[in-house]
Every structure is written in C-alpha cells, then in structure tokens.
Design a protein around this ligand. Sequence first.
Ligand code: CTP
Ligand code: MG
Length: 227
Amino acid sequence: MSGVAAGRVAAIIPAAGLGVRFGAEQPKAFFELAGLSLLTRSALVLAAQVEVIIVAVPAEFVAIAAQELDSVDAEVHVVVGGATRQDSVAAAMLVVPQDVEFVLVHDAARPLVPANVISDVIKELAGGSQAVIPVLPVVDTIKRVDNNGDVVETVDRNSLRRVQTPQGFTKALLTEAFADPTHVATDEAGLVESLGVTIRTVAGSERAFKITTPDDVALALSLLGEA
Ligand code: CTP
Ligand code: MG
C-alpha cells in the first residue's frame, strides 16, 4: 500500500519480450535469477507499494505467470502482450481498474529496482505531477557520428539523462497518451512528450539497470549478494 494517493496505484509490468539479446530459450522475464524469475522479482518489489499489478506476457505464458504471481500481495491481472513493448503496455492499459489514480510502468527486466526509486516516483505523483521518470546522469563523453562511424561532434552531456523505470503517470494522462495507436515511442514518457505536460525526473539507481544480455546476469547476482 502506498498510503499517499487518494485512488489506488497500479503497476503495469511488460514481460512479453522474447529476450533476443539475452538468448535464453524461454522469454527473458521468465529467466530465474537465484530461484525467482525476473517477472516475479519485479512484481514482488512493486507489490510492496502498489495495490494492483498487471503483467503482459506471451500467450503461452499466461497460466505460468498467473501461477508464479499467485503469492504476490496485490490484485494481479495477467494479459497477453503484443509484438512490441508499447503494444504490451497498451494491452495492459485495457484492464486497469476504474478506481486506479496512478499507473506505473516497470520493465520486468529491471528486477533489482530499489524501493526508494518506486516510492520517489509515487510521492512525486501524489504531490501533483502528472508524469515522472527515474533518470541517471550520463558519465561517458558522448559523440555524434555520421553513417561511416566518423565523429561529427561532441554532445554536451550535462543536459542528457539515461532513463529507467518505473515511469509513473496519472491514469488519465497515460490513457490519453495511448489513444493514438499510430504514435510510436520507446517508452511511455516518449508518448506523453507531445501532450504538452511537464515530465518530472527523480533520481534513478544503477541497481535498476535492465538485464539485457547474458553478461548482465553476473552483475545482477553480485548485486543480490551484497543486498
Ligand atoms: N516487452 C514486452 N513486449 C514486447 C517486447 C518487450 O512486454 N513485445 C518487455 C520485455 O519483456 C521487458 C521490457 O519490455 O521486460 C523491456 O524490453 P527488453 O529489455 O528489450 O526485453 P526484450 O524485448 O524481451 O529483449 P530483446 O529486445 O533483446 O528481444
Ligand atoms: Mg526489446
């Protein structure tokens, strides 16, 4: 329970990706990290702070996901995801209960997101923001290159941020953002940007990194060990 919002808080977990870069035989979200799947870990950490969890999974994994999430302390809904992450989130949006005020969207592939990142997003929403994303500074020097890979210029990194999840929105704003199916973006904030609403940022965490390739498993296990 968040305890800070008037209406309920829901979290959508897109988990329907195939994990091509990860290369596992099953969808990446069902990969088990020290005995618990990425999906279950993400659902457990969110369930401590939200009342409703909606997961989008491949059609063949609906029953498996429902069983895995049976013990999660939240109202859980499982839907069939789509061909893209955006399609999967759109499918989940269709079942968000009426009394939900805020919706977080969190990648199943970021199972180690710290509780304080989630609570900072919810607090910002409860304080009146319509859209909130966790971000980190860019530490490397950034160059723009041409089609040959030759350097064109150095980009000022001071105004650049790496974007993580959970991204949080009022349900009304996120519904509006998904209203036009021809509008495509790689994250929900990207869909919201054209709606003229201020998107707030809060501090993300290196622990909220996205498990993308097999190399990331070793990092995740070492972070779990020090937890
Ligand atoms: N996702 C989804 N539906 C899709 C594609 C992705 O729900 N059609 C989810 C993934 O399950 C993941 C999150 O979106 O939790 C972030 O996507 P990513 O890390 O790219 O995972 P995959 O798409 O599975 O990996 P890849 O791009 O390597 O295939
Ligand atoms: Mg992907």
